[in-house]
Design a protein around this ligand. Structure first.
Ligand code: NAD
Length: 484
């Protein structure tokens, strides 16, 4: 297969927080893989900027270790790492003070794309934006990349948007949601809008319901302090699940253009009805003999923060009126598995009689593991003895269908960073989208607080609280099994 990669211009990329966990685990190894793939044009440079006192040689060692630990490219030739390290520099920079900024400015070159990655805590975003201007680093076409969490609620998100807007235009702000960088998520748009087969059926007349599941096996780990102030709703639903919901539910944009796509996503969020609190289930994982429970992990025996949430939502528009969307996400569940399942309605009449049972087409889009899609199709069970029906999946694993090309496909961070360099905002959240998402989740969170809602305890390694299963059972439906 011939891949068509859109070339990028030589760039200067500054990673604030370049010594941190995210930079070491995702950003730097990702950049190295793009370098191996020949996508980092000659003359580009990457500058780590953080508080630690270090020189270029010291930072190159940090980068080499990160690449060693978190993965290089499959086809990287020996010697490539040295060439990559030659593009790396470091400037000790204080986001809250003025130290290092003049030096950093001296490293920036005219005529190159400038991108500033804010891989630091959100309390520093405003300080960085202000200093980028004051010290003359920001040019009219510079870009800033902002990590989640983007606010804690509507008020803080608005304040953050306003602070960034003082220094940067919306077209320069790239709010990352790495779910949008996943191959399958983008493929969702290709499948919906590139085929004639699905779109005519993509509405409440033919779709019974849609399920979105993002299940993790890990607990909150070392992030307990942060997580307990956040919870599954803020940490996962407000951003990742909402983005998936938007892509599955939005109207076809007129073209594949950043604002056309984001306008349609925004309309979905605005059409979401407030959720009846009977239609939300929250949970916390219990301790096992070997592993601590949620409250132990966050060291808060009275915590009421949820590590699991499931809910039924409705989108009030012509296309989706009457089709429920069931969302669930949680930690310490039975498998690490994320998928979107579009469950179609029964055929209007069964010519095979009641004994043939109930059969439904399900289009399941797997985000992880093994990105791919399956379409359950009803066929005749082979063999004699009458007409018995069976659902079999038409299975398209990207790894099987696309071979080595799928393995070498850039991961979400790599793709998104390259989109920043290209100046393509399609897969980044716009400020108004983020605010609309908070405007929808805030009342739900406030409702729990007013009602003193206590999350249900669920067994680690299960599918979540029993009540979450009941949420579906009451509607005569059931969740798909969470399996890796
Ligand atoms: P981290 O604590 O590991 O790293 C923070 C970095 O910021 C360090 O390099 C540190 O030197 C730098 N820093 C802190 N204060 C500074 C200052 N005053 N001036 C200059 N540099 C300063 O954090 P992280 O896990 O890498 O997370 C960074 C951001 O990315 C956070 O907003 C986090 O929520 C977000 N994020 C992280 C992950 C992840 O997997 N780690 C995933 C999604 C989002």
């Amino acid at each position: 297969m011939v891949s068509r990669v859109i070339p990028v211009e030589p760039f200067d990329l500054v990673i604030f927080g370049g010594t941190g966990d995210l930079a070491r685990r995702k950003i730097l190894p990702g950049l190295f893989r793009r370098f191996c793939a020949g996508q980092m044009p000659e003359g580009s440079q990457i500058i780590g900027a953080a508080r630690s006192d270090m020189d270029d040689a010291g930072y190159r060692k940090v980068v080499a270790d990160a690449v060693g630990e978190f993965g290089g490219g499959r086809d990287c030739e020996s010697g490539t790492l040295d060439a990559f390290l030659n593009t790396i520099h470091y400037v000790t920079t204080d986001a809250m003070g003025d130290g290092g900024w003049e030096t950093l400015n001296g490293k920036m070159r005219d005529g190159h794309v400038r991108a500033f990655y804010f891989s630091v805590g959100p309390s520093l975003f405003g300080h960085l934006a202000e200093r980028l201007h004051r010290f003359g680093l920001a040019t009219p076409d510079s870009r800033i990349v902002v990590e989640k969490p983007f606010g804690h609620d509507l008020e803080t998100a608005k304040a953050l948007n306003a602070t960034l807007a003082e220094h940067f235009d919306e077209t320069q702000i790239y709010r990352i949601d790495h779910y949008l960088g996943k191959e399958t998520v983008q493929n969702l748009m290709a499948v919906r809008f590139g085929n004639m087969l699905f779109e005519p059926l993509w509405n409440s007349q033919y779709v019974d319901h849609i399920q979105i599941t993002v299940a993790e096996t890990v607990g909150v780990g070392g992030r307990g302090g942060y997580y307990d102030k956040s919870g599954a709703m803020r940490d996962m639903v407000q951003n990742h699940l909402m983005q998936l919901l938007c892509l599955i539910a939005m109207e076809p944009p007129a073209k594949f253009d950043p604002d056309a796509v984001r306008d349609e996503k925004l309309k979905v969020i605005r059409a979401l009805e407030p959720v009846d609190w009977h239609h939300i289930v929250r949970g916390q994982y219990a301790a096992t003999e070997d592993e601590p429970g949620y409250r132990d992990d966050v060291e808060n025996p009275k915590s009421r923060t949820e590590s699991f949430v499931a809910m039924k939502c409705h989108i009030s528009n012509w296309r989706w009126a009457g089709t429920p969307f069931y969302l669930r996400t949680g930690k310490r569940l039975k498998a690490r598995a994320s998928e979107i399942a579009v469950v179609f309605k029964d055929a209007p009449h069964s010519i095979f009689g009641a004994d043939a049972g109930r059969h439904r087409n399900v289009l399941a889009i797997r985000l992880q593991p093994n990105e791919g899609m399956t379409l359950d199709v009803t066929i005749k069970e082979p063999g004699p003895g009458g007409m018995r029906l069976l659902d079999v999946p038409l299975d398209m694993s990207f790894a099987d269908a696309l071979g080595p090309d799928a393995e070498e496909a850039p991961d979400a961070y790599e793709r998104l960073i390259m989109d920043v360099i290209r100046g393509n905002q399609t897969l980044f959240m716009r400020g108004d989208e983020v605010e609309a998402a908070w405007a929808w989740t805030d009342p739900l969170i406030e409702g729990w607080q007013t009602r003193n809602d206590v999350p249900k305890v669920y067994d680690a390694g299960s599918s979540g609280p029993e009540d979450a299963l009941m949420l579906m059972h009451r509607d005569g439906r059931k969740w798909r099994e969470i399996k890796a």
